[in-house]
Design a protein around this ligand. Structure first.
Ligand code: NAP
Length: 340
């Protein structure tokens, strides 16, 4: 047997085995780290270091957009911002659910400056219509919270032909952020974009296979990949808009008991019943990021429980993958037919 053949045989048998070990390590490390930190008890432990004055800032006159604001963490975020005087634009895909959430927030907070914008973020064309409608208001956007997201287990294509998780979590986040940049620039030097990622990103390196074309579809893995893209995109935007007065932050809310988790991960939700965070606890760091003086924050960083957190787990071999972000941004720009 020639050297070339031997090398080929070793290569094809070692690679899948190494990948298997790596994947097993990533998910084991994630589960252990998550159980210790992401549950309610993790929040209780970390909250011992929280400073109550951090959350006492009032932000009257600041315009905040929150996507997916009718449910779970997005609802708690919109309510938390409204209760501190902000003008809040709730971007929801369903008019009835959006209106119900809106009137609840108005009556709970007494803030009438809360508005509903209906937009399905799985559709680039709807995002473009929303952006042009909203831009005609010509108001500065001080805070954009990219919260809307989902974990869909089945392979579903949107009417525009994109895999659904990717369409909402990645392409939707990319398109709305890019299209809001002119209004964010109006709020410079203190505009910020907060993207609700997930600890699920620890299990996935960045990959160019954005729509899971190269292997059998796995919704949980796709969700982790999507959330990794959000973290890398945040890093990229921070680099692009350095010194331009817009801060970009990604964050993990912890494991919170929300309608989304109950629907997408019923087994997980049941197994950790009573141990998950509330939606308000999940939204705590989002609100904290919106309220802190920008000098206290690091643009491009990933936050968890009011502190900067690592973007990679030890020995998970995910960090080198971020070098792919430029070609991913090129793809997102072309998928959404955006020129900037
Ligand atoms: N809960 C957790 O433990 C956890 C952990 C890590 C990260 N996260 C992240 O936190 C964010 C909020 O999740 P959640 O747990 O609060 O779930 P949720 O209760 O299901 O809330 C998700 C929100 O996103 C909206 N949404 C979904 N698809 C949309 C679309 N195509 N267009 C517009 N809005 C859409 C939903 O609207 P509908 O009500 O109409 O469906 C809902 O308002 C997500 O990005 C999620 O990945 C959550």
């Amino acid at each position: 047997m020639g050297n070339a053949t031997l090398h080929f045989q070793i290569h094809i048998s070692i690679k899948p085995f190494t990948m298997f070990l790596l994947k097993t390590w990533r998910s084991t490390a994630f589960s252990v780290y998550g159980y210790l930190n992401f549950t309610k008890s993790g929040f209780m432990e970390h909250s011992k270091k929280f400073k109550s004055e951090d959350m006492q800032t009032h932000i009257e006159g600041k315009n905040c957009i929150v996507t997916g604001a009718n449910s779970g963490i997005g609802y708690a975020t919109a309510q938390g911002l409204a209760s501190r005087g902000a003008t809040v634009y709730m971007v929801c895909r369903n008019k009835e659910r959006g209106e119900a959430a809106l009137s609840k927030i108005q009556s709970m907070t007494g803030n009438q400056n809360v508005y509903l914008e209906v937009c399905d973020l799985s559709s680039v064309s709807e995002i473009k219509s929303f952006a042009s409608r909203f831009s005609s208001k010509d108001v500065p956007v001080h805070v954009l919270v990219n919260n809307a997201g989902l974990l869909e287990h089945n392979l579903i294509k949107t009417s525009e032909g994109f895999e659904l998780n990717f369409a909402v979590n990645v392409l939707g986040t990319y398109a709305i952020t890019e299209l809001m940049l002119p209004l964010l620039k109006k709020a410079a030097p203190d505009a910020r974009v907060i993207t609700v990622s997930s600890g699920g990103m620890y299990t996935a390196p960045l990959t160019k296979d954005l729509q899971f074309n190269n292997s059998k579809f796995d919704g949980v893995e796709q969700y982790g990949r999507n959330k990794r893209v959000q973290v890398a995109l945040t890093e990229k935007w921070a680099e692009m808009y350095k010194n331009k007065g817009i801060g970009f932050y990604s964050m993990h809310p912890g494991w919170a008991e929300t309608p989304g988790v109950a629907k997408s991960l019923p087994g997980f939700s049941k197994a950790l019943s009573g141990k998950l965070r509330t939606s308000e606890e999940g939204a705590d760091t989002v609100i904290w990021l919106a309220l802190q003086p920008k000098e206290k924050l690091v643009s491009g960083a990933f936050y968890f429980d009011r502190a900067e957190a690592p973007k990679h787990l030890l020995f998970a071999a995910t960090s080198g993958s971020h070098a792919l972000i430029d070609s991913i941004v090129d793809n997102l720009r072309s998928f959404s037919s955006l020129t900037s």
